[in-house]
Each structure stands twice: as C-alpha cells, then as structure tokens.
Design a protein around this ligand. Structure first.
Ligand code: BDR
Ligand code: CA
Length: 302
C-alpha cells in the first residue's frame, strides 16, 4: 500500500477524502495536518480529530497554519457551514492533536520514513510552503504531491481562481516552484466528477460511514447541475486510478496579485517556459467510474 500524508481543511469534501484515506486497504495514512481554509484551523483540527475518533484510528493529527502567508484569511463557511462538518453528531471524547505544529510534524514524519512519501494537500498550501522554506531537507523525501486546487478553466472563488489557491496564492507559487513532482487535480476535473443523485441515494443506506457522509453532504452548499463535487476525493481517486484521468504536462505559474489573483496559469502552448514543465495537470476524468469507485470504497468501510 502507498504511504500518504493528508494536509487538509475539513470541510465536507475533505472529510470524505480523510474517510477514504483512513480506511482504504491500498493507502497507509501516516499523518493528518490541518490548515485554515474552509473554516479556522482550530475547527479544521477538531474536525480531523472527529474523523479519527469516528473510525477509532490513532493516526496523528497536527494543527497547522492559522492564516495564509501574506493574504488575509477568508473562510468558506457559506459552503461548509460554521463548524466545517455540519449535520452529523460526532462523539465528543476526542484525542488531542500532536504537541508540535504541523510543519514540524511533517518534517519529522518525512525524515523518519525510509521511502519517499506521497503528500496530498486538499486545503490551501500554507503548511507545504512553510515546510519547504523551513526544512528544505524534506524535499527529497517526498515522492510526489497530488494537490487539489487550481483550474485551467474558470475558478470558483473568482472568475480566475479556485478556492485553495485563492486562499494562499503565495504558498501555491512556492509549492509549484519547489521541483517536487506535482499532479494538479483542479476544477477542470472535479467539476466533472459530480456525485449524482443516484449515488447519494445509495450512500444514505449503505452503512454507518455512508450515513455519516450522507448527513454531511446534506449540509454542503457546493453544487452544480447534475450533482455535488467531491473535489478533494479526486486526489485519492487519481492516486489509485490514474487510468480514469487524462493528464497533460505543462508549467504552472500562480498569479499573486490583481484581478487574476490565485489563478493557476498553465503554459499550455509551452511558449512561455520553452516547453519546460513543473506539473502533471488533470484535464479530464471518467465521472461514472468515479461514482462507482466512491460507492464501492465506502461500502467496504466497516
Ligand atoms: C476546494 O475548496 C474547498 O472549499 C474544498 O474543500 C476543496 O478543497 C475546492 O475549490
Ligand atoms: Ca479542502
């Protein structure tokens, strides 16, 4: 199985991703770090701990950055609710987060591994940027990054920008210029792979995990014609089923100012960066395969 670290801001779709990361037999989740994004970091940390408690797993959780590197923090409470994981009554006897901050926990975990680890950021990339600048020795200990965020097409925060990149564009720029292999799982695919009403109906009565996710999804205010996006879950689907995606290699630059602030600019013609590439960008996805995989995966969780 593949060793992974999740860096996230649960958040309803993050909760679904963590659910699968904690339980999928082909994934070996080493650490969860949290960041301010959908809600404040104290809440994203509590939410991660609610999930480890729900599944009775002792995967460590470390709290990360309370705000972006430079931009003021703006949450997404209108999408994910005030708590970030509304609609389900989780147990209240939660574990404590690690005493060390996320950046140090990430450094320690990565340096302790004998094989490079896959890092999966599903929130703003603030922790990742701080990690790379503070402890550059970790760079060679990361196998690849599979990051939810960005878009070649239109954004969901502004016309140009997707939420995770918009939240901390400076961090995104640092991550994309780090030299670590990155797969960008952006809105170009996540807005196609919608969970359909038929999938949601089946989820409701599937098992305890399906009922929990279904309750959260009922409070999720991100929608589109035809279903609800599971943005962050698409990272894990890519890791386990890359054959369901079409990808293109290109250079990604991140805008950090002006009307396109937070835009991921893909050099699709290879003209600006002379054909050099720093990212593998997901441009298409098999949405039906995603629905099937999601249901099958949740059905297998006890
Ligand atoms: C991203 O923004 C967040 O609200 C979601 O959790 C996801 O990571 C989608 O743009
Ligand atoms: Ca997220």
């Amino acid at each position: 199985s593949t060793k992974i670290i999740m860096d996230s801001d649960p958040g309803i779709d993050d909760a679904a991703a963590i659910t699968i990361a904690l339980n999928h037999p082909d994934l070996d989740l080493q650490l969860i770090t949290t960041v301010a994004g959908n809600v404040t970091v104290d809440k994203t940390t509590l939410n991660a701990l609610k999930l480890t408690r729900f599944f009775n797993r002792d995967v460590p959780v470390a709290a990360g950055a309370p705000q972006p590197l430079i931009k003021p923090f703006e949450d997404a409470v209108r999408i994910h609710g005030v708590s970030g994981m509304p609609g389900y009554d989780f147990p209240s006897d939660l574990a404590q987060p690690l005493p060390e901050p996320a950046v140090l926990a990430l450094r320690n975990q990565l340096m302790a591994e004998t094989e490079p680890v896959t890092l999966i950021p599903t929130g703003a990339y603030t922790n990742v940027a701080l990690l790379f600048k503070t402890y550059p020795e970790v760079l060679s200990h990361i196998k690849e990054i599979i990051a939810m965020g960005g878009a070649l097409g239109k954004g969901n925060m502004t016309s140009a920008a997707e939420f995770n990149v918009f939240t901390d564009p400076h961090a995104a720029e640092i991550m994309y210029q780090s030299g670590v292999p990155i797969t960008m799982v952006g809105l170009d695919v996540t807005m196609k792979a919608l969970l359909t009403a038929a999938t949601l109906d089946k989820l409701a009565t599937l098992n305890r995990t399906g009922a929990m996710l279904y309750a959260l999804f009922n409070h999720y205010h991100d929608g589109a014609k035809g279903g609800i996006p599971m943005h962050d879950v698409n990272t894990l689907f890519y890791l386990l089923h890359p054959e369901a995606f079409t990808t293109e290699k290109m250079w990604i630059d991140v805008q950090t100012d002006g009307p396109a602030n937070g835009e991921t600019v893909g050099d699709i013609r290879g003209a600006y960066h002379d054909g050099k590439t720093n990212a593998n960008v997901c441009v298409d996805i098999d949405a039906a395969a995603f629905n099937d995989w999601f249901l099958k995966t949740v059905a297998a969780i006890k």
